[in-house]
Design a protein around this ligand. Sequence first.
Ligand code: UDX
Length: 469
Amino acid sequence: MSDTIRIVVVGSGYVGLVAAVCFAEMGHNVVCVDNDQRKVDALRGGDSLIHEDYLPELLERYRNAKVHFTSDLSEATRDAEVIFIAVGTPQSGSGVADLSYVEAVASEIARSLTTYTVIVEKSTVPVYTNEWIRRVMERNGVARNLFDVVSNPEFLREGTAVADFLHPDRIVVGTDSARAAAVLSKIYEPLTNGSYYAQVDAIDGFRSAHEPPPLLLTSTKSAEIIKHASNAFLALKISFINAVSNLCEAADADVEQVARGMGMDSRIGPRFLRPGIGYGGSCFPKDVAAFRCVAEQLGVDFALLSEVEAINADQKRRFLSKVRSALWTLRGKKLGVLGLAFKGGTDDIRESPAIELVQMLIAEGCSIKAFDPAAMARAEQVLPPGPNLRYVSDAYAASNDVDALLILTDWAEFSCLDLQRLNMLMRYPIVVDGRNLYDPDLMLENGITYFSVGRPAKHHVHEFAAVGA
Ligand code: UDX
């Protein structure tokens, strides 16, 4: 087996596109397939389509050279050694993952397979998917010795996707075939043997030649469950701290201190203990629901997952109540909104709690001036500007003459605003922070009444004089 593997990646979304350029960065030859010709043309022309650190540079380095883009799946797969399926697995009405794209790709691959090929699930899929892919191949007449199915789940986060891909905590390869395991091990060898990190132009991250990532070999089914269970556990951790934040509010304690104290226990760890307005994004909400459905289908009672979802939904309602109690009534209030993306560092608004809150606030009769450093173009498509919603050019424009300013996304630039300037601009200096970006005392020192999550509110006394005046 040569060191350079011929890889096809099907799907050019966050996972597919990042995997394609990163495999090229690791020395392999890649063809990335998408059935949307406009996307293919844009990528060939150097438009990376999504906001992601390092992606434009890697795309520029490899496009039309080590990474080719095409919409012709059968042509691309004909002489591939490995095919990664990274297409969408959207949520259907009941929460079950819709696997029709995966099935369509598998059937098409089956028609063009002539030599031994490893088919890899990179999309997040339920535990029985590898068996279905195998069945689809066999039903389409592909001999069993011509392919193997592997689960190689991806754990990258949006915003840090390239660095996460190249500096993973672990690489999980689930397969019941030694031959396929050898192929996947070869692909990831530049990472697992540390040679990638010794290169002078390697993308920065926490891994090094001395501390390369481990590759964990498991059964196919275990790998599929590892992905769902990991995402569900992280969502649970967030819901847990959100529930604790509600308790802190009721008890007049400070959830940031509680989270710090909990996180210092190495068995718990400090990450994913940030309280807020609930998790969003294209993965957690969908994957928790899909995992719940998998458990149901397998006859396992996993009610804990429903509770995780319920706490998450409630967290948005609680934030809305907090805004209401800060302002007494909502109808006719002018609000500034900072952040529309589901988290800082991305332009993605899928399942964004910020978008949902803006919709709720408009429904309550508020008018909003919103700003997001990257997500406004996408937000305008689902929330068109109108009499009650304007998009503005920066955080200060969003604060101008408003009854309160709401922080809904944890962009780094929102955590270092000029507070004196904010105070001067706002009609009433009230900030309701759904991401706990500020020290409450600092807000108070700057004359701002400050509400956050799981911490006692800080009231600036002059505010009441102003309201009464
Ligand atoms: C997630 C997983 O982290 C990743 O491993 C998987 O491959 C895809 O799903 P992503 O959706 O990019 O990644 O975002 P992540 O950084 O995990 O945040 C998800 C949501 O949880 C965001 O809305 C974020 O704001 C929220 N969050 C995260 C919290 O509210 N508190 C936290 O402590 C961490």
